[in-house]
Design a protein around this ligand. Sequence first.
Ligand SMILES: NC(=O)C1=CN([C@@H]2O[C@H](COP(=O)(O)OP(=O)(O)OC[C@H]3O[C@@H](n4cnc5c(N)ncnc54)[C@H](OP(=O)(O)O)[C@@H]3O)[C@@H](O)[C@H]2O)C=CC1
Ligand SMILES: O=C1O[C@H](COP(=O)(O)O)[C@@H](O)[C@H](O)[C@H]1O
Length: 491
Amino acid sequence: MASQPHTRCDLMMFGALGDLAQRKLFPALYQLERSGLLAPGSRILALARDNADTAAIRARLGDRIKKHVPAGEFDAAVLTRFLARVDYLCLDFTDTDGYRSLNTWRQDSTASLIVYMATLPSMYGVIARNLRDVSCCTEHTRVVVEKPIGHDLETSRVINDQLAEVFNENQLFRIDHYLGKETVQNLIALRFANNLFASQWDQNHISHVEITVAESVGIEGRWGYFDKAGQVRDMIQNHLLQLLCLIAMDPPSDLSADSIRNEKVKVLKALRPITPDLMETHLVRGQYTAGTSAGQPVPGYLEEDGAVRGSTTETFVALKAEIENWRWSGVPFYIRTGKRLPEKLSQIIIHFKPAPHYIFDPDQKHLANNKLIIRLQPDEGMALQILTKEQGLDKGMRLRQGPLELTFSETFDAERIPDAYERLLWEVMKGNQYLFVRRDEVEFAWRWVDQVIRNWEDFGLHPKRYAAGTWGPVAAIAMITRDGRSWYEDA
Ligand SMILES: NC(=O)C1=CN([C@@H]2O[C@H](COP(=O)(O)OP(=O)(O)OC[C@H]3O[C@@H](n4cnc5c(N)ncnc54)[C@H](OP(=O)(O)O)[C@@H]3O)[C@@H](O)[C@H]2O)C=CC1
Ligand SMILES: O=C1O[C@H](COP(=O)(O)O)[C@@H](O)[C@H](O)[C@H]1O
């Protein structure tokens, strides 16, 4: 991370007492303070509808920050310094007149204004219009909005239109927090700084790609939200498709936001629809039943707090995505993501094709594919599985598979890996949009996801059960096995 604070900012945090703000955003702002990256004079206005004063809200935020920041990174003096920047205003976001107090807080401040909408997407348009009506924003105001943008293409267009009534696209910072993860950004460095990979990155050299984003947690008290979304809307439409784009996109001509986003859009446009005739071979939906997590018994999805009996929402999905373009023709991207899987693990495996002519022991031919394993979380790093000769006089030319290994925490010691939200907030402060999602990306992703959902509904594809603590329904294993492959498991 750059070591200089950027320009002075006034940050308005709508939804300051909500789950995201308390668990992620304020701890991330605290970390920026700790790293000396909040410019002197930068201020934060916490906005929520609790009737409380600034002192009470500072105390509450202090408690939450202490709870969510690792003990070794907590410093009472930093917290005091940080909380001194925070003011609180009680506001119902629908109350237009109440917004005049925002101008009082700004007091003709010349600091850059950042508006963070950490609240329900149905509020985004309301907040935007109210800010405009009291003249609280200018064409320089930066606006951060959270995912999901809508429930489908149509509703996302409504939200995007409402935002566009007030703000230009270059003012909008649509968050996909996976883009803020250090290792996700590393995909760009890996692919475009190393000619070794750049020259091998296509259907001539790669047989298939696997993307796994597994979570061990269940619904975590968000059943009401999650049941309307499901794993495809909650994870595939945004995080997983963004990962796929970063792996599959053509080289951008530079690192500017639009160069990168143009290339990602081309990938989204080239995704093959999963039509009804492909439902049984390309898509598996799952829902967890009671099982275990970290050795403890856990309830099934339909037994969680707030659950409604009979829900057919998926908590797991595995799918085979195909990209219909020159580079990726014939290279399936196997994607799986789910809740209550055995561990938290996000990784991408690039499976290279074998050498054109094999001259070693036929019994070892199954070893012949090189693999690049990119570990996004935890234990961030990369490993290239290569073949070498077994050591020893009696071994002849027996092959052995082993990794060329790069574990970031061991190789680049001491550097703490910043949380995604720290990075993203820092980029908003700098006004850099390259880690944020442009409107057409959101809409092309919805277009693809909408047809997947429409087709499974028409087809009647119900979720298959899997016990909490397992790797999803067996059908997900069958899907890849049918193609003569298997999900990568670390030996
Ligand atoms: N939580 C998470 O881990 C993640 C959340 N997100 C997204 O972030 C956004 C916020 O999510 P989350 O924090 O979980 O949601 P919460 O419901 O916890 O927070 C939303 C906040 O908005 C407030 N709010 C709603 N309507 C009004 C209003 N009219 N006036 C004033 N305040 C209002 C709520 O206040 P009140 O309590 O008084 O109703 C609440 O504090 C959502 O878009 C969500 O999809 C994205 C990724 C992960
Ligand atoms: O956006 C979301 O992401 C989290 C997973 O994020 P991670 O950084 O912990 O991998 C997921 O649990 C949540 O359902 C989803 O809304």
